[in-house]
Design a binder for this molecule. Structure first.
Ligand SMILES: NC(=O)c1ccc[n+]([C@@H]2O[C@H](COP(=O)([O-])OP(=O)(O)OC[C@H]3O[C@@H](n4cnc5c(N)ncnc54)[C@H](O)[C@@H]3O)[C@@H](O)[C@H]2O)c1
Ligand SMILES: O=C(O)[C@H](O)COP(=O)(O)O
Length: 618
């Protein structure tokens, strides 16, 4: 079997991957002679480097060749689309999945349907709550948000349930920016009020005298994708544009000719204030009585971001006392807002029903973007726009693919070496690499080692989304270290070691001289190999299953064990002996294709020179 990272293994539910079947609980058997305890040898890796800092990474697409949710189930996956999605996106989905479009579902109806769905696609109108994930009973693998804001999705719950959340963050940027500009202009010139007045049969030219935009100061609050496009366009209208964004790079603002200023400076010096920040705990109601009071008298506010960033009652008060002259709102705390909302009904307020992203072009783009992301995710790829999973660029992941396989197998091996009754608390992962720290993102490896450790000992389904969370839940402390390996930097890694600290092993020889269960592996010709057990060097490809025997090195051992296996029709695929010296302590690592019967294992244990042995499922 080729050592190709299973795409589905990164994300797929139990039973979804044919290349990486979910293991049953380990049924390892070990025999150990307490009279002759193992004496591990010393071995210490060389120069140390600090743990790699996690890098901000942008996208991932897993390598090809693995099973996906659809094929594993033998049927197409089911995608529920709960809000209007562009036809082009639906076409992409239909090419791969059964698609059910069910709009305006009540929360109960959504919960009722979700357990039959592999993916859910929403816009801003569907609340994907913890209850939805609970009702999904583990089947829901992807939530696709056809747009930017993910404040309607409970990300924490999604992560806990191992459900990937992807969004479509770019396709509606221009539409939202254009809507912001439309609202600024419409507000300044009373377009909506004048229109309503004329339709009521009036001709009120004096009532609707507006204000000019040219020369006015516009504060863009949140200088991200939409904010910077609004800034660009406002400059074209002759406005003086400043921006506030604690996280935006100054050089990007400078390139557009925008000065980044403090929050207070932005709101106190501007004639127009346009909101483009996400709704977060920090931005929730950040526009309130206190901040309105700091504004220039007669300021005008536009909100095409999220209603929740404004305390709507405070805005009504600011409109009443003239601090705020006008407001133009596309978004509201509750959507739709109450019919009798004072804000919506206020004569100095114009409103649109969350139309920022609603252009033909944007909806087409968003639909395709999210459909491709969801299909990719169902096939095991992590989309470029994953919101709650570590993401690495496609080319990096394809380079790491065999190490991902190795990582999971090392985790799986290490945990099977733990003696019954000893709880695992500490996991140390040690990477040896000739690469610069910035050149190696280890988060996927850490996640898959965690998966390998936890899955065999629990009923929890672990994937790359929930690995860290699950480890934390189980009180597992996972630390990473990196050694500089003085070799070629062509390969990302020389080796990976997994250490389980403060545990007893059922195979004493797997314990290093510092008292930890230790296994190490390398990738050779794309195939993961086990290269170290405890302090014994071995070299066995990690395919099929593994028998580790501790013995006194002597002639005929390989033959004796090989014969026992052969008589039981168990095929040996690899064999390696690591020893402290000729005729001294040795470990024999035997790769076997089949799982030997208990009787066969018993016979191996009865070979007199064998002090202990263990059977491990990979
Ligand atoms: N009305 C609509 O239909 C519509 C359409 C698209 C986007 N949106 C909303 O617009 C907002 C911006 O979207 P985007 O695509 O530009 O997102 P983005 O992530 O590109 O930009 C958001 C910016 O806000 C900044 N920010 C975060 N916290 C801040 C704070 N406390 N103060 C100031 N700035 C802060 C971030 O640094 C980032 O630069 C989101 O809330 C999105 O949901 C609405
Ligand atoms: O965050 C977004 O992308 C916008 O608010 C658009 O939301 P919608 O998809 O519900 O129009």
């Amino acid at each position: 079997m080729a050592a190709v990272a299973s795409k589905a293994a990164l994300l797929a539910p139990p039973g979804a991957s044919s290349t990486t079947p979910r293991p049953s609980l380990p049924s390892s058997v070990s025999f150990r002679s307490p009279a002759r305890p193992a004496r591990p040898l010393a071995s210490a890796p060389a120069r140390r480097r600090p743990l790699l800092a996690p890098r901000a990474v942008v996208s991932v697409s897993a390598p090809s060749g693995a099973a996906d949710v659809a094929s594993a189930a033998g049927t197409k996956p089911t995608v529920l689309v709960s809000e209007k999605l562009g036809e082009a996106g639906l076409e992409v989905l239909r090419g791969f999945a059964n698609v059910e479009c069910a709009y305006n579902l009540s929360p109960e109806e959504l919960r009722g349907k979700i357990a039959l769905c592999d993916a859910l696609i929403v816009r801003s109108g569907t609340k994907v709550t913890r209850e939805v994930f609970e009702a999904a009973k583990g089947r829901l693998k992807v939530v696709g948000r056809a747009g930017v804001g993910i404040d309607n999705v409970d990300l924490q719950a999604a992560t806990e349930f191992g459900c990937l959340v992807v969004n479509a963050p770019t396709a509606n940027t221009v539409a939202a920016a254009e809507h912001g500009i439309a609202l600024i202009a419409a507000m300044a010139r009373n377009v909506a009020q004048a229109d309503a007045s004329m339709k009521a049969g009036k001709w009120q030219r004096n009532k609707f005298v507006g204000v000019s935009l040219v020369g006015k100061t516009l504060a863009v609050m949140g200088f991200g994708k939409v904010g910077s496009e609004v800034a660009r366009r406002a400059k074209g209208l002759g406005m003086h544009v400043i921006a506030h964004d604690p996280y935006a790079p100054a050089d990007r603002a400078r390139a557009i000719g925008v000065e980044l200023v403090s929050f207070d400076e932005a709101i106190s010096t501007s004639d127009f204030i346009s909101l483009h920040m996400p709704l977060t705990p920090t931005t929730n109601k950040v526009f309130n009585d206190e901040t309105f009071a700091k504004m220039k008298k007669g300021a005008r506010i536009v909100n095409v971001a999220r209603g929740g960033v404004i305390d709507e009652d405070a805005l009504v008060r600011a409109l009443e006392n003239g601090t705020v002259a006008q407001a133009a709102l596309d978004v509201f705390t509750e959507e739709p807002p109450a019919k009798e909302s004072l804000l919506v009904q206020h004569p100095n307020v114009i409103v649109t029903p969350h139309l920022g992203a609603s252009t033909v072009e944007a909806q087409e783009g968003v639909a395709i973007e999210i459909a491709e992301a969801v299909v990719g995710a169902l096939q095991g790829e992590l989309a470029a726009t994953a919101v709650n999973a570590p993401m690495v660029p496609a080319e990096v992941l394809s380079e790491l693919a065999p190490y991902v396989v190795l990582a999971e197998k090392l985790g799986r091996l290490a945990v099977q070496l733990v003696a019954g009754g000893s709880g695992i608390k500490g996991v140390k992962i040690v990477y040896a690499s000739a690469r610069d720290p910035d050149d190696l993102d280890t988060r996927i490896l850490r996640a898959t080692i965690t998966k390998g450790i936890i899955e065999p000992i629990s009923s929890v389904f672990v994937n790359i989304v929930n690995a860290d969370y699950t480890a934390k839940q189980r009180g597992l402390r996972i630390s990473e270290e990196r050694y500089f390996h003085d070799g070629s930097a062509d390969a990302p890694l020389d080796s990976i070691q997994v250490h389980l600290t403060n545990v007893e092993s059922k195979f004493a020889s797997a314990t290093s001289d510092s008292g930890e269960i230790r296994v190490e592996g390398k990738v050779k010709d794309g195939i993961p190999h086990l290269t170290l057990v405890g302090s014994f060097s071995v070299d066995v490809s990690l395919e099929g299953n593994l028998i580790l025997c501790k013995q006194i090195d002597q002639p005929g051992m390989i033959g004796r064990v090989g014969n026992i296996l052969g008589e039981s029709n168990v095929n040996v695929n690899f064999m390696s002996v690591g020893r402290t010296g000729p005729r001294k302590q040795a470990i024999m690592a035997i790769g076997v294709d089949e799982e030997p019967e208990k009787e066969t294992l018993k016979k191996i244990g009865e070979v007199s020179a064998i002090e202990e042995f263990v059977f491990l499922k990979l």
